[in-house]
Design a protein around this ligand. Structure first.
Ligand SMILES: C[N+](C)(C)CCCC[C@H](N)C(=O)O
Ligand SMILES: O=C(O)CCC(=O)C(=O)O
Length: 486
């Protein structure tokens, strides 16, 4: 019985090596095997007949035969042979092209996928970066006439009345591999979670940096927000004009029932408790919108004849990570049960999210937490749950509240004129203490797509360098058709 059969029989995990000798350490073999077996397990439906699996094994074995692994460095004193650039191997298999990046990393691309993703100037507009090819003109059984492994990438020749050649860079093929995926996940910046101790060194940029022409300061600012979920900007002229200009450096301001750029105080000019002197617990804004704003900028312009009005920031991702660790059932409950909300303080508007059941406090995408939505003051009637779910939800949200309001989670800071703060409203909750006297705050909402677009443009321009160490003159000038954002 072949090892493949054993993998299939053992539900996909085994420590036995595959037929082909594995050149690297046993653990790598196992990882390959696990990856392979996971692949086989996950694609058991496709490889139901051993015939397919053994053909897959023979294709992989054939790849290994044709792949010339780098020769082992000689043991003699002489210099080991210089490694030649290893060109991945490729071959046409049934319905897919198999590519072997090395003996341990191989993957497959459907023929139709390759044709659909051709980026020659006939199939993909070089300026607008839009597909010109009509996907639905591709024959479902399309098959290359030949494939060639070139030093920089895979060249595919398609049979047609007018011969068509496609080219895919190796790095692009690896980045977009899916069968299996060979993507290296280090490219995605991981959030840096924080609690109250962030006050020792809060992420900050200067106004001068942010307003500089070369936008390196902008890149540093937005990278701060990307990593920490917030950032201060110091040295901002304490005017609405300067603050509005700062806001629009990121992207256009998102207008709501509260206006475009806001300049507010405790006069109930708008029907919301933000326009009063009361304390506001940690919350995210716009839970009553289907799509809450991405960023929220605040700049305290003045506070006279009184005290209080301190600003509260809480990293919702940090709190959620603790909830998940300590109370996994509560985490699951708050990831599942929608929370209705409304903004109905203005006579001319009643905002509620669609669908009206609202969205969970914790929004998961797969296993990843991607958004916090929490404002207990704006929450509407909870009447869409069974009695059991109602008790389950209240028990869970009490635990959430306990962690959210713990000293370990809360970062209190007294804003002052000249220092603006921007928060990622999908991650960081904000609030304030009650206050007396005259307090004037200004700011704006900025759409999440605008913020992420600006960050993407800056990351592309500075080719992902560390924003605090960008080499002048290394900027990317033109957008590549192979950009990882497309
Ligand atoms: C416009 N400004 C930011 C001052 C107030 C917005 C109102 C806040 C609302 N309760 C919410 O949580 O979205
Ligand atoms: O007045 C403040 O400091 C914040 C008000 C607030 O939470 C809001 O406008 O969403």
């Amino acid at each position: 019985m072949s090892s493949i059969t054993k993998i299939m029989r053992n539900g996909g995990l085994t420590t036995k090596t595959l037929n082909a000798p594995c050149r690297s350490s046993t653990s790598a073999c196992k990882s390959t095997l696990v990856r392979t077996s996971n692949y086989l397990t996950s694609s058991t439906a496709q490889a139901r007949s051993l015939h397919t699996a053994s053909r897959w094994a023979s294709a992989a074995a054939a790849l290994r035969r044709t792949y010339q692994p780098p020769s082992e460095p000689s043991t003699s004193a002489e210099q080991p042979p210089a490694r030649t650039q290893d060109i991945p191997v490729s071959r046409i298999d049934e319905g897919k092209v198999v590519v072997g990046f090395d003996t341990e990393e191989w993957t497959r691309y459907h023929h139709v996928w390759l044709r659909d993703h051709c980026r020659c100037s006939e199939c993909f507009h070089p300026v607008t970066k839009q597909r010109l090819l009509n996907t639905f003109d591709i024959h479902p059984d399309i098959k290359p006439s030949t494939v060639e492994s070139k030093p920089d990438g895979l060249e595919v020749h398609w049979p047609s009345a007018k011969p068509h050649t496609s080219f895919y860079p190796w790095s692009w093929l690896r980045e977009h591999s899916y069968d299996p995926s060979l993507r290296r996940h280090e490219s995605k910046s991981e959030p840096i979670l924080w609690g109250s101790k962030i006050e020792q060194s809060p992420p900050t940029v200067t106004y001068e940096e942010v307003m500089s022409e070369d936008e390196r300061g902008m890149y540093k600012w937005l990278t701060n927000i990307d990593k920490f979920g917030f950032s201060f900007v110091s040295g901002v002229p304490a005017t609405t004009e300067a603050t509005e200009e700062l806001s629009t450096r990121i992207g256009f301001i998102r207008e709501t029932q509260y206006g475009k750029f806001w300049d507010f105080t405790s006069d109930l000019a708008k029907g919301d408790t933000a326009y009063t002197t009361i304390a506001l617990g940690a919350h995210t804004d716009n839970t009553y919108f289907t799509d809450p704003c991405g960023l929220q900028l605040f700049h305290l312009l003045s506070h006279t004849e009184g005290s209080g009005g301190s600003t509260l920031l809480v990293d919702g991702f940090y709190v959620a990570s603790i909830l998940r660790e300590l109370y996994p059932q509560a985490y699951e409950t708050l990831s599942r049960i929608g929370v209705p909300a409304h903004a109905a303080g203005e006579a001319g508007s009643i905002y509620t999210p669609f669908p009206e059941r609202g969205y969970p406090v914790l929004r998961q995408q797969g296993n990843e937490l991607v958004q916090i939505r929490w404002n207990n003051d704006d929450r509407s009637v909870m009447d869409h749950l069974t009695a059991a779910e109602m008790e389950e939800w209240y028990n869970a949200v009490r635990l959430w509240h306990k962690l959210l309001t713990s000293a370990d989670s809360e970062y209190w800071v007294q804003l002052a004129p000249g220092t603006a703060v921007v928060v990622n409203n999908h991650r960081v909750l904000h609030g304030r203490s009650a206050f007396t006297g005259k307090r004037r705050m200004c700011g704006a909402y900025i759409g999440g797509d605008e913020y992420r677009s600006k960050l993407a443009v800056l990351a592309e321009r500075f080719s992902g360098q560390d924003p605090s160490a960008v080499d002048p003159g290394t900027e990317t000038k033109e957008r590549s058709i192979w950009s990882s954002f497309l």
